[in-house]
Design a protein around this ligand. Structure first.
Ligand code: PLP
Length: 370
């Protein structure tokens, strides 16, 4: 199989697997128990915490580990809404379901939610954002790098606009961490290990000091009483090591993605159109469409390749992607789009092989239709 679905998840880095091993095998103590073994596990968790915080790279805040970025985003939105006397949330139509569905949940409980449109390039319009902001807005939620189309939102400017209105800014940096710098400005940042070559089942919420949301999960008081539940030293160690590697290799990984991007376009040949901005974009995400293509059929025909039709969640639903629809694409164009994601462990040769197979299968569909 040739794996080209890096936005859905990334292969575990061997270094992260190695860092996890002792905590899965014989060092099984509870990191919250006072024994010497427990303290050793707790120390490993703290090393990992420092590594994830260093990769985020912002001062004046700290993280709490969560079970996923989905949990972190739920927590940020619900926990901030609970603490605030304000009742409006502003977000963007192209956010991940973890933000959009949580906003809908809050809306059913009385919040007023504005979903900002994006342009054909996938970028939010700052003027429209400013026009939507007033003293009733508690939080603006916007992602850094879009998981479906790879476009990079102006997160620093969005945070500034939110602050000017006295609101907080929540940034979903799941696809951005280790790939593009996280700008100064956000007050809450959600990240996930499995998108940066770490293990699945762990994420984190970075919180500016004093702006911690009310807890979502109650119990043993772990994570400074903010997020109860026994931490997994293995998952933390894997996340920490992956975060450290992502920081160390950011330039090398970006150069590699750029080379792959160029090779991909050369291999595809004519007839393909890029979805979303070509400039404000992470180059390890190639979301493209072709007139008349039946993308789900293509996916079914090429079972030796792993690529997708959009987000992993949208691929299963049969519904056209809400992100592509927000760019102004018709249902038909959205259903003619595929997402190819590549990165650190993708070899140029396998990418070119895969894209030639995709281009050939797409041309065969053209011929059938002719
Ligand atoms: N936000 C974005 C942009 C994502 O791509 C994902 C994963 O698909 C998530 C949030 C949710 O992350 P997790 O899988 O850790 O719940």
């Amino acid at each position: 199989m040739i794996y080209l679905d890096y936005q859905a998840t990334t292969p575990l880095a061997p270094e992260a697997a190695e860092a996890m091993r002792p905590w899965i095998e014989d060092k099984f103590a509870n990191p919250h128990s006072p024994s010497r073994w427990g303290s050793e596990a707790a120390a490993a968790v703290e090393v990992a915490r420092g590594q994830v915080e260093a990769a985020i790279g912002l001062k004046g805040g700290s993280i709490a580990f969560t079970g996923s970025a989905t949990e972190a985003l739920n927590w940020a939105l619900k926990g901030t809404a609970e603490k605030s006397s304000r009742s409006r949330i502003v977000t963007v139509q192209t956010e991940h379901a973890a933000v959009l569905d949580t906003c809908e949940w809050l809306k059913n409980r009385g919040a007023d939610v504005t979903y900002l449109p994006v342009g054909a390039d996938g970028l939010a319009d700052l003027e429209q954002l400013r026009a939507a902001l007033d003293e009733r807005v508690l939080l603006v939620a916007a992602m850094l790098v879009n998981n479906e189309i790879g476009v990079i939102q102006p997160a620093a400017e969005i945070a500034q606009a939110a602050h000017d209105a006295g609101a907080l800014m929540l940034c979903d940096a799941v696809q951005g961490l280790g790939r593009v710098p996280i700008p100064q400005g956000p007050d809450l940042i959600a990240v996930s290990a499995h998108k940066i070559h770490g293990p699945k089942g762990i994420g984190a919420l970075w919180m500016r000091d004093g702006l911690e949301p009310a807890p979502l999960i109650h119990g043993g008081g772990q994570e400074r009483g903010l997020r109860s539940g026994t931490l997994s030293p293995a998952l933390c160690a894997g996340f920490g090591t992956a975060a450290k590697l992502a920081s160390e290799r950011r330039d090398a990984d970006a150069d590699h993605a750029e080379r792959l991007w160029q090779a991909a376009w050369a291999a595809l040949g004519p007839g393909w159109t890029l979805n979303g901005s070509a400039e404000q974009r992470y180059r390890g995400n190639l979301n493209i469409r072709r007139a008349g293509l039946d993308a789900s059929r293509l996916l079914g025909e090429l079972r030796s390749l792993a690529f997708s039709l959009g987000s992993a969640c949208a691929s299963g639903s049969g519904r056209p992607s809400h992100v592509l629809r927000a760019l102004g694409l018709s249902d038909r164009e959205a259903r003619s789009s595929i997402r190819i994601g590549f990165g650190r462990y993708t070899e140029e040769e396998e990418l070119v092989t895969a894209l030639r197979l995709i281009a050939e299968a797409a041309r065969a569909q053209d011929n059938l239709a002719a």
